[in-house]
Design a protein around this ligand. Structure first.
Ligand SMILES: Cc1cc2nc3c(=O)[nH]c(=O)nc-3n(C[C@H](O)[C@H](O)[C@H](O)COP(=O)(O)OP(=O)(O)OC[C@H]3O[C@@H](n4cnc5c(N)ncnc54)[C@H](O)[C@@H]3O)c2cc1C
Ligand code: FES
Length: 272
């Protein structure tokens, strides 16, 4: 019988980590091994309600479980946020083209994340760390709205102790106990400890953040082909069939979600 490409497999919620007041990480145990490459996405089904796309935040080397770090913004995500350990969801995929790790080898890697945009980047960071000798250095610049909105707090502290790794976090609005930088993430893109001519940058966050980070990176000397962007568009099929996720000549689900700025720079509405 022909396989139904839209048929999800079952995945049990094994654990739930409250990252911030609006973001939770769901640790899922799929009914069978689930393989993905960093940057690829999945479609998650909340039974009886609908589907939404998410990029796993866990280490792609782990096949028995996968983490999704999800912000509560609407119908599917709010129902998901009300679910508990042991509940069952559906997943199908993985879909799209993820991060081309081969093109990053031997280079300085600048990762710029905003808010829940650190989720897909966490799986990239795990992949880079697994093979760290093949990269020059990993520099992470992360921005969140307030200190309470920072995701993966423990991981950020742990990662910053690693060799070849440099991390700075900034918040838009501080709190008395916050000792770090205050300002938009673009304010921590100055004096980067990298050789821009040898570096690639990888950006993920809300569209407005990606726009201003991209402009700043271009201004600093990054070439459009060395700026990688994770694009988010409303999706339906996830398979390049329905046209929901079109930007210019591309379908984000099939041709992305990871694109270089070189691919997208002549499309006028990429940040909408
Ligand atoms: C490839 C990909 C990977 C993603 N990875 C993550 C992730 O790791 N973590 C995470 O929290 N979110 C991620 N998203 C965004 C996530 O898919 C949306 O937040 C989700 O679809 C909202 O569904 P909902 O039913 O809860 O909201 P809805 O009720 O559909 O809408 C709520 C609000 O969110 C807006 N919205 C809906 N869908 C999207 C979308 N796809 N992109 C931007 N805005 C949208 C709507 O305009 C509306 O304002 C990803 C999106 C894509 C395309
Ligand atoms: S979601 Fe259907 S074509 Fe991309």
């Amino acid at each position: 019988m022909k396989k139904n490409i839209y048929q999800p497999i079952e995945a049990k919620i094994q654990d739930i980590i409250q990252e911030t007041p609006t973001i939770k990480t769901f640790v899922l145990k799929p009914e069978s091994e689930f393989l993905f490459s960093t940057g690829e996405f999945i479609e998650l089904t909340v039974p009886g309600l609908g589907e939404a796309p998410f990029t796993p935040s866990s280490d792609p080397q782990i096949k028995q479980s996968l983490d999704l770090t999800i912000m509560n913004v609407g119908l599917v995500t709010s129902k998901l946020h009300s679910m508990t350990k042991g509940d069952v969801v559906g997943i199908r995929g993985p879909y799209g083209k993820g991060y081309p790790l081969d093109k990053f080898k031997g280079r300085d890697i600048l990762i710029v994340g905003g808010g829940v945009g650190l989720a897909p980047l966490r799986s990239l960071i795990f992949s880079l760390f697994a093979d760290i000798d093949n990269y020059n250095k990993v520099v992470l610049r992360y921005g969140a709205r307030t200190p309470s909105d920072i995701v993966f707090k423990n991981s950020l502290t742990e990662w910053s102790k690693k060799k070849k790794v440099n991390i700075v976090t900034s918040v838009d609005v501080g709190e008395p106990s916050w000792k770090g930088n205050v300002g938009l993430v673009t304010t921590i893109l100055k004096d980067l400890p990298i050789d821009i001519t040898e570096a690639v940058s990888i950006v993920c966050g809300p569209p407005i953040m990606m726009k201003f980070v991209t402009l700043k990176l271009l201004d600093s000397g990054f070439k459009p082909q060395d700026i990688y962007l994770s694009m988010e568009k409303s999706m339906s099929c996830g398979l390049g069939k329905c046209g929901h996720c079109r930007i210019g000549k591309f379908y984000v689900c099939r041709d992305g979600p990871v694109f270089t700025y070189e691919d997208l720079k002549n499309i006028h509405d990429i940040w909408d």
